[in-house]
Design a protein around this ligand. Structure first.
Ligand SMILES: O=C(O)c1ccccc1N[C@@H]1O[C@H](COP(=O)(O)O)[C@@H](O)[C@H]1O
Length: 211
């Protein structure tokens, strides 16, 4: 099947206004971080964000090794559509969670990614490895590692993307999706001009097939 263009997720959203503007800028998904991070939001804040969003955008919650019960409660309370797991969650954890999942893997070599295919999840997210941070580092990894990898599941590319490199990443890897947090911020705050630029740069390579 010919490549039909890339889905775009903007992560680390912390307020309803930015969420709404991001949706109206054409993002396919927005992410809210529940793990320890300078971007962390409370379930109450995330619920307000989800309620501010228009209907046709995917609401993603980011978790790191959270208890399944806590994840399910937050998903139900906030109205999240998908969970993105950035910790050491096992395939059994993902299966028993019973939710639509994205499993993030910290890419160190091709083997890491091939192991990820064992997860019973909806997509694999390739992120940059960091010894201390679970994600949100703003640093890229060596994309050439991905060139020969064929995953069974849709691939979402993350890690240090920004308007200046996302076009090259999409042209090189033709991923199902791209995901960004740091690369659309100025002084730690989301910037709607950068968000708009990221979305258009990601899509100018292959356009954007509606639906
Ligand atoms: O954004 C965060 O603070 C964060 C914290 C813990 C786990 C994941 C986090 N974000 C995800 O990390 C990647 C890469 O982010 P960046 O663009 O390099 O800043 C992305 O998938 C975010 O969803």
């Amino acid at each position: 099947m010919p490549y039909k263009g890339v889905k775009v997720k903007i992560c680390g959203i912390r307020d309803p206004r930015t969420a709404y503007d991001t949706a109206m800028a054409g993002a396919d998904a927005v992410g809210m971080v529940f793990a320890p991070s300078r971007r962390q939001v409370t379930p109450e804040q995330a619920r307000e964000i989800c309620q501010a969003l228009p209907p046709l955008i995917t609401r993603v919650g980011i978790f790191v090794d959270a208890a399944p019960k806590e994840v399910r409660e937050i998903v139900n309370y906030c109205g999240l559509d998908v969970v993105q797991l950035h910790g050491q969650e096992s395939p059994e954890y993902c299966r028993e969670l019973g939710l639509r999942c994205i499993k993030a893997v910290a890419v160190r070599d091709g083997r890491t990614l091939e192991q990820a295919d064992a997860f019973p999840v909806s997509a694999i997210l390739a992120d940059t490895y960091h010894p201390k941070e679970a994600g949100g580092t703003g640093k890229t990894f060596d994309w050439s590692i991905m060139e020969d990898i064929r995953l069974k599941r849709p691939l979402i590319l993350a890690g240090g993307l920004h308007p200046g490199n996302v076009g090259r990443a999409v042209a090189l890897l033709k991923p199902y999706g791209v995901d960004v947090s740091s690369g659309v911020e100025i002084n730690g705050q989301k910037d709607i001009t950068l968000i708009q630029a990221f979305i258009s740069r990601a899509r100018e390579v292959y356009g954007y097939a509606a639906g």
